[in-house]
Structure formats: structure tokens, C-alpha cells
Ligand binder design. Structure first.
Ligand code: NAD
Length: 494
């Protein structure tokens, strides 16, 4: 059986505690996974700290770090089939999505390598400098030892988004994966071990809330980067406040998808479907609140319901499957509970609402794609479900659509569908969200920032912003000795 060990200080270790990670489609064991003890977690932070202050890492300049990032990317591509198969079995991702995830994670390391080669860690500010008086620089320097925690939904991509900027910036880290999906990050650890990265720069462990708390509260940790629910994010922010750790938070969402009356329905209907059903709705930026202009509402709703009924539910390993299970019994029950709440509140069920029937799906956690017509006071209009449930609401005016879209504590993403780009852009500009697509959904660009407004997060991942989130900025002032000697200090102090 595949074993996922702790990756600490460049070594792979077992521990006294282990469990079996299971395939959410059929309950089969994917790997035996070792859980860290408190001592292991502390030891991993010690390893990250020793690596941060080592001459070896300090002397690994930005070009060499870029080469390491590229080596990781290349090795991921060499092992792409294995990574894809394990992402399918461990996370319940469809084969098609897992292939895309492996490609996207590997590409991210490569794109970051390119960004890093061009990034100026020392920037002279001409405007602030004055000849004969001072030369002024911005010096970008690594924050230090990081602790990073990721969720279960897109494990390999999440691990790449965390580890990439750590290496690029010259920080070090202990990354904790989610206990539900630790396997592909375990393979990434093997790849990192062979990439030329000094030992201890990246350490990878797994575990749940207890292990996460132990890791993040270690006083040696200078920066916390967390991706997960808003609820846990709040706790982490409180904890980080005790020692004023630097913080990046990538949290939950309830993203608004607005279909204007001049939308191209041939793409908008499928776009709305894709926005809420990709990875069975377990994507933070899923378009789970759909607003449609009342002028096209009946036609749009009918087309959407018809398309939902055509969605092919299948086992993730089947190459034709686009829609599979949710991650766990706990998640399944939580989603079904939201469906029940919606029914009780009087939201109108337009499609789905049940466990997927059939012998193939008995052992897994399959839920029918579900569509409710709702009003803003319905629970599912407001709360993140993280499953295949869409809330649709008609609107009369664009002003109303914008207000409804922004009526949320979240602000992660959103979309506007219209044939008139300038018009769509004017709506997009008023949405309180970190990413807004026009006639598109879910596509991300590693050169561009990703993150949330409001309670969807703090700071950004990817893009130059993602790198800078791991850097302190120092103002360096240089005065020339001869020029300095010509000028008196303030008279008053002599
Ligand atoms: P979660 O918040 O329950 O757990 C996330 C991670 O935090 C897991 O590794 C978990 O073990 C750990 N954890 C839990 N309690 C902790 C604590 N007290 N201290 C430290 N670590 C703790 O979230 P989840 O159910 O794993 O993931 C789903 C959530 O993640 C959704 O809300 C989703 O929107 C969000 N998410 C956000 C993004 C983004 O980029 N904004 C991306 C993916 C997922």
C-alpha cells in the first residue's frame, strides 16, 4: 500500500500515529498516512527555522531559486500520470479535472520561476533619492518561517500556491495538508526532495484542527498562510493577533453570477452550470448565487433545468465523467442538511435535491445537481454550502442585481454575462469581489492575483501580489560620507 510519511528536514519519517486515506467514490483505501505528534510538529518548525537561518539557503540566490521552481515543475510533469490518478482516488476529483489540476500546479511553479527571474529585490527609488543628500532603496526580504494550512478540495493546486512563493521569496515553511486529502502533496514532497532545494526549506505534514492549531501557534512562525473556511479563518486571525504574525487568508465564498438581458444565452446557460457544478460545487469561487434579468428569466430557467438533467454523474476514474462525488460523509450530510433547510424555508426546488440513485453510487457520496429558486432571506442565499447547490433569483434592474450580488459577507469572485463588454465591465467594477469574469468562469491566470474582498480573505495568492505577501519591505537610506560631512546635524542637540 502507498505510504505518505512526514517530510521534515528533508527526511521522510513515520510516526506512532497513522490512518488510511479513503476514496470518496467507493470508500477504498488510497494510502496509509502518518500523522504528526506534537513533537513532530515542533520539530518541523525547528527544521524550517534552522533552514531559514542557514548560509546554504541565504546564499541560494533568486536565479538558483527560480531553477529549483522550474525543476519542481518539470518533475511534476514527469510524474503527471501518477499525480493525476492519486488526485482522482484521494479527492474524488474527476479524471478531467485532476489532469487540469496537475497541469495547473506544475505550470504555476514554472510561471513563478519566470516572475522570480525578473523580480527586483532591490529597487532604487529615483524620485525619493536626492543627489548629494541620499540614495533610497526598497529592499524586499523574506518574512521568515511560515506555517501554511490548506483545505481538502483542490489539494495539489493549493499546495503549489503555498510552497511556490515560499521558495521564490527565500522563506521556509511547514505546510499542513487536510487530513482528507494528503496524498498528492506527499508525492510533491518526494519531488521537492529531489529538486535541489536545501533540506528543511519545505516541510510537509498532515492532520486536522488539532495539528493545525499546534503548528500555527508556534512562536517561531512569522507568517501564517491559511486557506479554508471563513469560520476557521476568524479563529486563526485571532490567534495570529497574539504575536502579530503576518497573515494571508483565502476563505469561503458565495459568488454572484449575473446574467444581463443582453447575454449570449448559448454560453451563459452552460457557464452558469459550470460555475456551480465544477468539482461537484466544492470550489471556493463557485458561482452559487445566480441572478438573471427577469426579461429572460423564464427562458433561461427552463434551459438551465434542461441542461442540469443532462449532467452525467459518474465515477471519477471514468474519463467521460464530468460530475462526481463530494469529499466525505460529513460533507454529504452537511449539504443534504442545507437542502432540507431550503425546502422547509419554502425555497422552490427546481431540480435535484436527492442522493444519486444506482448501485454504482451506493458506496460513495453522490448528490444530484440541485437548483432552488430563492429570495435573499433564504439560508442558502447567504451561507456557503460547498456542494452542488445553486440558488437562482430574478432581478428587475441592474441596480437591484448589483445590490443583491453585494449582499453577502463574502467577496471572493463573481461573473457578468453580456454581449456588451463595456456595459458588463461597468457592472463588474461595482461588484465587491476579488475576481470577476465577464462571459467566463473559474479560469485563473497564475500571473494575476487571486483572493477575496470582505470575509473571503486577506492578501492575495499568485501574481506579483502573491510573491510580495511573503516579503517584508525595508527602506534603505544611504548617505555619502563626504556629502554628509559638509552638512551640520541639527544645531539644537549640540
Ligand atoms: P476548514 O476551514 O474546515 O479546514 C481547512 C484546513 O484548516 C484543514 O487543513 C483543517 O485541518 C485546518 N483546520 C481546521 N481547524 C483549524 C484550526 N482551528 N487551526 C488550524 N487549522 C485548522 O475548511 P475545509 O472544509 O477543509 O475547506 C473548505 C473551505 O475552504 C470552504 O469554505 C472553501 O470556500 C474554502 N476554500 C477557500 C479557497 C480560497 O482560495 N479562497 C480555496 C479552497 C477552499
Amino acid at each position: 500500500m502507498k505510504e505518505i510519511k512526514l517530510f521534515i528536514g528533508g527526511d521522510f519519517k513515520t510516526s506512532e500515529k497513522s490512518y488510511n486515506s479513503e476514496n470518496p467514490a467507493n470508500g477504498e483505501t488510497v494510502a496509509k498516512v502518518y500523522l504528526p505528534t506534537e513533537k513532530d510538529i515542533d520539530f518541523a518548525v525547528d527544521a524550517a527555522e534552522a533552514a531559514f537561518y542557514s548560509d546554504e539557503w541565504r546564499n541560494t540566490d533568486q536565479m538558483k531559486r527560480a531553477d529549483i521552481l522550474e525543476a519542481i515543475s518539470n518533475k511534476m510533469k514527469e510524474r503527471k500520470d501518477e499525480l493525476t490518478a492519486l488526485e482522482v482516488s484521494d479527492s474524488g476529483s474527476s479524471l478531467r479535472k485532476a489532469k487540469a489540476d496537475v497541469h495547473s500546479a506544475a505550470s504555476y511553479f514554472k510561471v513563478l520561476a519566470g516572475q522570480l527571474r525578473k523580480f527586483q529585490f532591490e529597487q532604487k527609488d529615483e524620485a525619493a533619492s536626492r543627489a548629494g543628500f541620499s540614495t533610497n532603496y526598497r529592499m524586499f526580504e523574506p518574512v521568515g518561517v511560515c506555517a501554511q494550512v490548506i483545505p481538502w478540495n483542490v489539494p495539489l493546486v493549493m499546495a503549489a500556491w503555498k510552497i511556490g512563493p515560499v521558495i521564490a521569496s527565500g522563506c521556509t515553511t511547514v505546510l499542513k495538508t487536510a487530513q482528507e486529502t494528503p496524498v498528492t502533496a506527499g508525492i510533491l514532497a518526494e519531488i521537492i526532495a529531489e529538486s535541489g532545494l536545501p533540506k528543511g526549506v519545505v516541510n510537509i505534514i498532515t492532520g486536522g484542527a488539532k495539528e493545525g492549531e499546534r503548528l500555527l501557534s508556534n512562536p517561531k512562525v512569522k507568517k501564517v498562510s491559511f486557506t479554508g473556511s471563513t469560520q476557521v479563518g476568524r479563529k486563526i486571525m485571532e490567534q495570529a493577533g497574539k504575536s502579530l504574525q503576518k497573515l494571508s487568508l483565502e476563505l469561503g465564498g458565495k459568488s454572484a453570477n449575473i446574467v444581463l438581458k443582453d447575454a449570449d444565452l448559448s454560453i451563459a446557460v452552460d457557464g452558469a452550470l459550470y460555475a456551480f457544478l465544477y468539482h461537484s460545487g466544492q470550489i471556493c469561487s463557485s458561482g452559487t448565487r445566480l441572478f438573471v434579468d427577469e426579461a429572460i428569466y423564464p427562458e433561461f430557467k427552463e434551459a438551465l433545468v434542461a441542461r442540469i438533467k443532462e449532467v452525467k454523474v459518474g465515477l471519477p476514474s471514468d474519463p467521460t465523467t464530468g460530475y462526481g462525488p463530494v469529499i466525505s460523509k460529513k460533507q454529504f450530510e452537511s449539504i443534504m442538511n442545507y437542502i432540507e433547510i431550503s425546502k422547509k424555508e419554502g425555497a422552490k426546488l427546481l431540480s435535484g435535491g436527492n442522493r444519486v440513485p444506482g448501485a454504482d453510487f451506493e458506496k460513495g457520496y453522490f448528490i444530484e445537481p440541485t437548483l432552488f429558486e430563492v429570495t435573499p432571506d433564504n439560508t442558502i442565499f447567504n451561507e456557503e454550502i460547498f456542494g452542488p447547490v445553486l440558488a437562482i433569483t430574478p432581478f428587475k434592474t441592474e441596480e437591484e442585481a448589483i445590490k443583491l450580488a453585494n449582499k453577502s459577507v463574502f467577496g471572493l469572485a463573481g461573473a457578468v454575462w453580456s454581449k456588451d463588454h463595456a456595459h458588463a465591465k461597468s457592472v463588474a467594477k461595482r461588484l465587491e469581489a476579488g475576481t470577476v469574469w465577464i462571459n467566463e468562469y473559474h479560469l485563473l491566470n497564475p500571473g494575476m492575483p487571486f483572493g477575496g474582498y470582505k470575509q473571503s480573505g486577506l492578501n492575495r495568492e499568485m501574481g506579483e501580489e502573491g510573491l510580495k505577501a511573503y516579503l517584508e519591505v525595508k527602506h534603505l537610506w544611504v548617505s555619502d560620507c563626504d556629502e554628509r560631512a559638509k552638512k551640520p546635524w541639527f544645531d539644537a542637540i549640540f
